[in-house]
Ligand binder design. Structure first.
Ligand code: F0G
Length: 356
C-alpha cells in the first residue's frame, strides 16, 4: 500500500502522521495487489480492499439498505441508518482504527456536524479523546450528539473554513487529523458504499452524490474503478455531483473546465452539511465526474425543500444536504430504463427544523 498524490503523482510510504502531499494536495491510497474477497459484515467486510493493520474498531456501520423507489425508478442508499445517522461512520471506522494503530491518543476534526458526531462516537468507543471544531451555526442536533459522546466541542465563529484553520493548529500540536477527505484513510472507508451498491444491484447507470468537500463522490468512484481493475465489472457508473444553493465551487469549476475549485466568498444554503467554500477533494471529484462522463449541477434551497417532502412521501426522512440528490434527479436527463442510485447521506433527524 502507498499514498499517491492525484495532483503531482508523488508517492509516499504510509508513515505516521503523513496526510498531505508536499505540494499541498490531499493523497489517495493505492494498493499493489487488491483481492476481492468480501466476508462478514459492514465496512470490514471489504478488509481485503482496505488498509487494515492493527485492531479494527466498529460500531456495525455500513450494510445500509438500498431501497427501490415507489414512485420513481431509483434506488435510495439509506446512509442515515448508520450508527450516528450519516455515511461518515464508514470513513470514521477506518480513520479511528488507523489513529489507534499509529499510537495517537487524541483525534481532531473540523466538521459541519456529521463528521464531528461520527468521530466523537468512534473515539469514545476506542477509548481515546476527540476534539471537534464546528462552525457556530451547526444544527443543535449534531452538537447534542458530539456532547453526548463526550468529545471536546469547540464552536468556531465563522464557517467550516475557519474551523479547519483551528484544526490545523491543533494537529500541529500532536493530535490525529480526522477531517473529511484530507485524511486518505477516510476515503477508503467511504468507498464501501460503492462496493455495497455493486453487490446489491451491479453497476448503476448513474449515481447521484451530494458534494461538500468532494470526498464522498471521490470515494464511490474509486470503489468502481477498483472493481474494474479487479475485473469484477466492465463499465463505470456516470457520477453526478450535486451542490446546494449558491455554495457550489465544484460545480462552477466543472462548468469552467478547470480542475481547481475557486474559494467562494459568499456561501449560503439550508444544506448546512455541505456549505463548504473551499473543497479539499476538488480535483478528484472533478476527475470522477469527467472521466465517468457524468455531470455536476446545483439545486436551490426551494428545490431541496421540495425534495425533502418528495422523499418523505416515500417514507424516507433526509437532512437537506441529502435531499439534494433527489432534487438533482428531478433535473437531470434520464434515459428510459436507466438504473439510478441516489446517496441519501444522512437522516432527517440530524436537522429537522429545515422542514418547518
Ligand atoms: N451529505 C452530508 C449529510 C454531509 O454531512 C456531507 C459532508 C456531505 C453530504 C458531502 O460529503 O464532503 O465528502 O463531499 N459533511 C462533512 C462533515 C463536511 O463535516 O460532516 P463530502
Amino acid at each position: 500500500m502507498e499514498l499517491v498524490c492525484p495532483r503531482c503523482g508523488k508517492r509516499y510510504k504510509p508513515t505516521k502522521g503523513r496526510y498531505l502531499c508536499d505540494c499541498g494536495s490531499v493523497l489517495l491510497v493505492s494498493y499493489k495487489n487488491m483481492k476481492w474477497a468480501p466476508r462478514g459484515e459492514g465496512v470490514w467486510r471489504y478488509k481485503s480492499c482496505l488498509p487494515h493493520k492493527g485492531k479494527h474498531f466498529s460500531l456495525q456501520e455500513g450494510g445500509t439498505p438500498l431501497v427501490k423507489g415507489r414512485d420513481r425508478d431509483v434506488y435510495y442508499k439509506l446512509e442515515g441508518d448508520n450508527p450516528t445517522g450519516s455515511f461518515k461512520d464508514r470513513g470514521t471506522a477506518v480513520v479511528v482504527s488507523r489513529a489507534v494503530s499509529e499510537g495517537f491518543k487524541t483525534v481532531s476534526t473540523a466538521s459541519t456536524g456529521n463528521m464531528g458526531a461520527s468521530i466523537a462516537a468512534y473515539a469514545a468507543y476506542a477509548d481515546i479523546k476527540a476534539r471537534i471544531f464546528v462552525p457556530s451555526s451547526t444544527p443543535i442536533n449534531k452538537l447534542s450528539q458530539i456532547i453526548a459522546y463526550g468529545a471536546e466541542l469547540v464552536k468556531v465563529k465563522g464557517t467550516f473554513h475557519d474551523a479547519v484553520a483551528r484544526l490545523w493548529d491543533d494537529v500541529s500540536k500532536g493530535s490525529y487529523l480526522a477531517v473529511t477527505g484530507a485524511n486518505p484513510y477516510y476515503i477508503e472507508g467511504e468507498k464501501t458504499i460503492g462496493y455495497e451498491i455493486y453487490e446489491d444491484i451491479g453497476v448503476p447507470d448513474k449515481i447521484i452524490v451530494p458534494m461538500g468537500t468532494g470526498g464522498l463522490i471521490t470515494s464511490i468512484y474509486k470503489a468502481f474503478t477498483e472493481l474494474k481493475r479487479m475485473r469484477k465489472i466492465r463499465k463505470l457508473p456516470q457520477m453526478i455531483g450535486v451542490q446546494a444553493g449558491n455554495c457550489s465551487p465544484i460545480v462552477n469549476a466543472y462548468s469552467e473546465g478547470v480542475d481547481r475549485a475557486e474559494r467562494m466568498e459568499k456561501c449560503n444554503t439550508i444544506a448546512s452539511a455541505i456549505m463548504i467554500k473551499t473543497p479539499f477533494n476538488d480535483l478528484t471529484a472533478l476527475n470522477a465526474i469527467r472521466k465517468s462522463k457524468g455531470d455536476a449541477l446545483s439545486v436551490s434551497d426551494a428545490e431541496i425543500r421540495h425534495a425533502i417532502r418528495g422523499l418523505g412521501e416515500e417514507g424516507i426522512f433526509a437532512e437537506p444536504a441529502s435531499a439534494t440528490a433527489l432534487a438533482a434527479y428531478e433535473k437531470i436527463e434520464k434515459e428510459k430504463g436507466d438504473k439510478v442510485a441516489l446517496i441519501i447521506t444522512g437522516s432527517g433527524l440530524k436537522d429537522p427544523s429545515a422542514v418547518i
